[in-house]
Write a protein that binds this ligand. Structure first.
Ligand code: SAH
Length: 481
């Protein structure tokens, strides 16, 4: 869920932006004192209280006391309060205040890591056990009522040890992992009693089936392990820079258990990865294998994100997933929940750099003849040229494919003026970004590589000089008028 990062003065805006990058946040600023924020508000108190009542997680870059006093009248049920935390104006401390059961301590740790400080965590259970027994992670549900659970936690804080059990009890022939701790408990620091010992009076049960013999009590916590419906998101991270990544994609990445993708794309988002997210990188150019791997992981109940650059549905992994899905090789794939999260495609980023060359009808063609015969590429180029579309060319040149762009230029020149503006945009949003505009007649294969997208103007595309600097390139919205 999107976090509201609330600032009261301009000095805090850059810190707020940094925090927003790390946690899918929107910056809310007091209108009289801030500019360049996502939302401006006029009145602090009512704004904060309505965010709280809508259950929006809140981060105030201000004194903890201000947040406490403002929210006091609306404090309600502890189990439902959203996370609220304060960050000191200079970023030196992160203080979780409310919403312990909604993950405030995890959020505090995440932000503290980003700011390279230690979070001021005060919840005893959190500190001692490194997990919130009252609020297990996704996929588990605590069956005890909160009073029983509190009694249990108090006893364990006072020194009782805990015995772990699964239900149903694994048979001696079952796989070893069936009786072992789930990851969230393994990472915790709960005081487990010796294995095989009968002495642990306090029991923690993870149950896949709830029978009459698993009864929650103040000596026995029972977590139901919910049937995991696997999840696969195919996301587009945009061309490169984090500014061009949608908040939905960022959140999906942060909530995943596994990332799958081509190494270069995973490296682009690596700064967002927490250590608990498993990274499955491949050098493999066979997209089908990567799609299969992602579907298989999701079918095992994991939350998988398949990472594409740009938009995942444009010459990228989303179509590859559906191609593989259609083969029905693994019957479990049909149970996986699939979501496609859009991104800014290279052509949009390129167009924005120079103005609006795609302002009227345009066609998009991949020059790669790996997945379609070159004769098809030629016939589409011809049709787009003849139709006087502006044309975006993806995959113009690679180490193996060096002549296609020159051939495309020759073909286009049969319909289009040699002076047609062509935008050559390389490494958009990444280190080494470069954008050039050249007349069509002068474009050669040497102008592009596999990280270049090319926009070719229509007969109407023109350049306009405004002030100093490079001219803008644009295609008017009206045609032939
Ligand atoms: N899904 C991607 C396209 C993948 S096909 C998207 O929507 O942008 C790969 C081609 O995309 C490259 O050969 C290049 O033509 C273009 N491309 C991808 N990222 C780019 C970037 N950062 N800068 C320029 N071109 C890029």
């Amino acid at each position: 869920m999107t976090v509201a990062i609330v600032v009261l003065n301009q000095r805090s805006v850059s810190l707020a932006r940094q925090v927003a990058q790390g946690c899918d946040g929107m910056v809310y600023g007091l209108d009289r004192r801030t500019t360049g924020v996502d939302h401006s508000f006029a009145e602090f108190g009512p704004t904060l209280r309505s965010l709280f009542e809508e259950k929006t997680p809140i981060i105030g870059i201000c004194a903890a006391g201000i947040l406490i006093r403002t929210l006091a009248p609306v404090l309600g049920n502890k189990t439902e309060d959203p996370p609220v935390l304060a960050i000191a104006e200079d970023g030196s401390t992160v203080v979780p205040l409310l919403g312990g059961l909604q993950g405030v301590n995890d959020l505090a740790r995440q932000i503290a890591q980003l700011l390279q400080v230690s979070p001021a965590i005060t919840a005893s259970g959190e500190i001692r056990f490194r997990t919130t027994l009252l609020a297990p992670p996704r996929g588990y549900r605590l069956l005890n009522d909160p009073d029983q659970a509190k009694g249990f936690i108090a006893q364990v804080l006072a020194g009782a040890t805990v015995r772990f059990e699964t239900h149903p009890t694994p048979s001696p022939t079952s796989f070893a992992w069936e009786g072992s701790l789930p990851e969230w408990l393994e990472q915790s620091r709960l005081p487990w009693s010796e294995s095989g010992s009968e002495s642990g009076e306090y029991r923690l049960i993870v149950a896949t089936e709830i029978g009459p013999d698993v009864r929650p009590s103040d000596r026995c916590l029972v977590y139901e392990q919910l049937p995991q419906r696997g999840y696969l998101a195919i996301v587009g991270t945009g061309p490169g820079s984090f500014e061009w990544m949608s908040p939905q994609v960022r959140r999906t990445l942060l909530e995943a258990t596994d990332w799958v993708g081509y190494r270069t794309y995973l490296n682009l988002v690596e700064p967002l990865r927490s250590p608990s997210i498993r990274r499955h990188e491949s050098d493999n150019r066979v997209e089908g294998d990567r799609a299969r791997q992602a579907l298989d992981l999701a079918a095992m109940g994991r939350r998988v994100v398949l990472v594409s650059s740009g938009d995942p549905g444009i010459f990228a992994m989303a179509a590859a997933v559906f191609e593989v899905l259609e083969t029905r090789e693994n019957p479990d794939w049909s149970l996986v929940e699939i979501e496609v999260c859009p991104g800014i495609s290279a052509m949009q980023a390129a167009a924005a750099q120079v103005g609006a060359p795609l302002g009227h009808d345009f066609a998009v063609i991949s020059l790669s003849d790996i997945l379609k015969p070159w004769s098809v590429v030629e016939s589409r180029l011809r049709a787009a040229a003849q139709g006087d579309f502006a044309i975006a060319l993806y995959n113009p040149v690679s180490k193996q494919r060096t002549w296609q762009l020159d051939r495309a230029r020759e073909l286009l020149l049969e319909w289009r003026s040699p002076a047609t503006p062509v935008v050559l945009a390389r490494n958009l949003g990444r280190v080494g970004q470069g954008v050039r505009v050249k007349p069509l007649a002068e474009v050669t294969a040497g102008d592009a590589d596999m990280r270049t997208v090319i926009l070719i103007g229509s007969s109407q595309t023109r350049q306009v000089q405004s002030g100093e600097g490079r001219p803008w390139v644009y295609t008017p919205r009206t045609y032939g008028g």
